[in-house]
Design a protein around this ligand. Sequence first.
Ligand code: SF4
Ligand code: F3S
Length: 103
Amino acid sequence: AIDPNFERNREQVDEADGVAVWGPVDPPEKLGIHGTHVAVDFDICLGDGACLEDCPVDVFEWVDTPDHPESEIKAHPTYEDQCIDCMLCVDVCPVDAIDVDPS
Ligand code: SF4
Ligand code: F3S
């Protein structure tokens, strides 16, 4: 499962589509955690899609991640600033790849 303390345990190494990327990152196998308020561990996400289908405010969009060992698409929290903290995505993800921090 995603580390809920990733902000303390990892360093922000990059930004992608306006959201933070928390390392370590070593593509294509290691992609880190994308997002802060809505954080998706790309190295755990297996492209299930339940988060995209269920999010009532469309926070996520697919991004291609060719040659990643878990899946070649990931749910990117591009619109994390729209999140209403309903926690649906956290509940439906089969591999607990998502952490949402209500603020
Ligand atoms: Fe969308 Fe709710 Fe998840 Fe926020 S907590 S990203 S609103 S499903
Ligand atoms: Fe990935 Fe979980 Fe969404 S596996 S696509 S973060 S439901």
